[in-house]
Each structure stands twice: as C-alpha cells, then as structure tokens.
Ligand binder design. Structure first.
Ligand code: UDP
Ligand code: MG
Length: 326
C-alpha cells in the first residue's frame, strides 16, 4: 500500500476511539497494517484519544511518528465513545470510513470483508459478532434484547447494532449528526436517508488488555435513546401528528367520561358530585389541550431547525443531468 504521504486521494479512513487502551495500541497498529497490505489504494488511521489517563496519548504520538498513515487526535477530556467517533469522522478524509474499537476484540483482518461488501453496492456495512466473546448475562443477553428492540422499532433489521466495526460511504456518514451515545444508531439514520444497508459476520475475541468501559447500565440508556430515535425517525417533520394525535385521543376520552356522567345522571339519577367522572373528564380535556399546544410548539421548533440551517426535508442520491443555471 502506498504511504499516506503520496498525493493519491485517501480511499479508506479507519477511525478508532481510544480510552485507556495503552497496551493494545501497538498490536492494533501492526494488525491493521498487516490486514491492509494487499489493498491498492491509500488509507489513513485516525486515532481519537478520548481523555485517556494511562499513557495512550504518548503511545499514539510514538506510533504516529513511526507510521505516516496514522494520525492521532487528543480530546481535552473523556467525552465518551460516540463523541470520540464523531471527532474521528470529522477529521478523516477517506471516501470510505471504517470504525473500529481499539480493544482488539474485533480483528482488523475483517476490515476487508466489510469493504468488499460495500463495493457490492451498499452504503453501510455492519459487522455482526455472531460468536461474541463477552460475558453472557451482563453483555450478550441485554445486547440481544436491545438489538431485537431496535430492529423492530426502527424497521432496520441488524443482529448487532453494538458492533463498532462498521463501514460507511463518506457521503452517507457526513449527513449524520451524532449526539449522546448514539453511534450505534448510525445505520438507522442512514437507512432513513435512503442508504442501502448490509451486514457481514465478523470474528470476535475476548479482551486481553485493559478493561471494558461499559456494563449493564448501557442497555437502559440504549432503550431511552431508542425513544428519541423513533421520534426523530417518524415525526421529525410532523411532530403535530404525534402530539396532536395523543391530544385529540385524550380529549375524546374526556368527552366519553362526561357523556357517561351525564347518562348516569339523567337516566339513573346519580348525582354528578358522587362520581369522579366529571373530574376525570376535566383532567383529560386539560391534558389533551396541553398536548395539542405542545404539538404546535414543536412544529415551530422543527421549522426553526430546518430553516436555520437551510436543511432540506429530503435527501438526493444523485442528479443525472446537472443544470448550469437555476
Ligand atoms: N471508548 C472511548 N471512550 C469512552 C469509552 C470507550 O473512546 O468513554 C473506546 C474504548 O477505548 C474502545 C471502544 O470505545 O476502543 C469500546 O469500548 P469497550 O471495549 O470498553 O466497549 P465494549 O466493547 O465492551 O462495548
Ligand atoms: Mg470492547
């Protein structure tokens, strides 16, 4: 492979978030170089040191000075894996971007599988750790539940959202903004923008050096994120359909409760003070109106969001005949 100093454009960027992985970095660099040696194009490795305190920063500086294809970015503090990946994406230049963990659990030799699949005509290729080497109860079971939920709720069926080893086409990844801990949802956002998604089985190894940074708590965060993602997917441009829908349903229930109270009063002589129905009806009306008003407010917010950044509500794949003038 030609070194990164040549003038050829960069074909592949490998983006790696690093948080206290000092003992993995040298082998990682060596394994990546060994697995990309057969590629004809140019590649770069973008390490993002996410506020490590174990000497990863110095180790990365050492690696970068010995390997022209490697660059490393030090974040000022620990911002989290998603932010580290976002920083890597922003600072990478390749037409294809591959994200990879620094812990050596995903062998870099699988990168080629993802890239071959991408060349079959996909925009995103996701790794699937079918034989995952992590603890059963605290990692594999919650992850299976989360993957099932995300697939059903978002309608994009992947077995392993949590696998960082994924490959993306630049034009697809550039359109996606990452917040919180949402890097695992990139395929969902990409699919919503019309990207073609595929999955390939990748190998997985146990962690030898360093510690896993996550535990069971992450599953709860993933489920909360899923609510946000579902909202963004289905109601991003039409929040009134959600809030207005809920609001009108509540108001309808309020009417029913009032009607029932009146029927009981007129036909059975039950006094309105002896039943909670009028109070229930008032509460339902008030909540319903609140929800409709919230819908109107969010409609205004959505317009500000799109118009402030001149963001279209559609995504163009390509234009067949470029016109010179509007
Ligand atoms: N990581 C990071 N910032 C963090 C936590 C993790 O950059 O705050 C990196 C970490 O160094 C590793 C990757 O994200 O390269 C995944 O972390 P880990 O292996 O602990 O997660 P797991 O594989 O157990 O889900
Ligand atoms: Mg790991």
């Amino acid at each position: 492979m030609p070194p990164a100093t040549s003038q050829q454009p960069i074909e592949i960027s490998i983006v790696i978030p690093v948080y206290n992985e000092v003992d993995n970095l040298e082998s990682l660099q060596a394994e990546i170089d060994a697995s990309l040696v057969a590629f004809a194009g140019r590649y770069e490795i973008v390490y993002v040191n996410d506020g490590s305190s174990d000497g990863s920063s110095d180790k990365l500086a050492e690696i970068c000075s010995a390997h022209p294809e490697a660059v490393s970015i030090d974040l000022r503090r620990n911002f989290g894996q998603t932010a580290a990946i976002a920083a890597g994406l922003d600072h990478s230049r390749g037409d294809i971007v591959v994200t990879l963990d620094a812990d050596l659990q995903n062998p870099p030799s699988d990168i080629g599988l993802l890239i071959d699949k991408l060349h079959e005509g996909y925009d995103v290729v996701s790794g699937w750790r079918r034989e995952r080497k992590d603890t059963f109860l605290t990692r594999r079971v919650p992850s299976a539940v989360a993957n099932g939920l995300i697939s059903v709720v978002c309608g994009v069926h992947l077995h392993d959202y949590g696998c960082t080893l994924k490959a993306y086409r630049r034009e697809v990844i550039d359109e996606i903004k990452l917040y919180g801990e949402m890097h695992r949802f990139i395929p969902v956002f990409a699919a919503a923008a019309g990207a073609r998604i595929a999955e390939v089985v990748v190998s997985h190894r146990p962690r030898i050096h360093g510690k896993a940074k996550y535990g069971l708590m992450r599953t709860f965060k993933v489920i909360l994120d899923l609510v946000t993602v579902k909202f963004l997917l289905s109601y991003r441009t039409t929040p009134m359909y959600l809030f207005g829908g809920v609001g009108f349903s509540l108001i309808a229930l309020g009417f029913l409760a009032l009607l029932l109270a009146l029927v009981r009063k007129i036909f059975y002589g039950v006094s309105l003070i002896l039943t909670p129905l009028p109070l229930l009806s008032a509460i339902l009306f008030a909540l319903g109106m609140q929800s409709v008003l919230l819908g109107l407010t969010t409609e205004l917010l959505v317009r500000t969001y799109y118009e402030a950044q001149d963001k279209p509500i559609y995504v163009v794949r390509q234009i067949h005949k470029e016109r010179k003038h509007k």
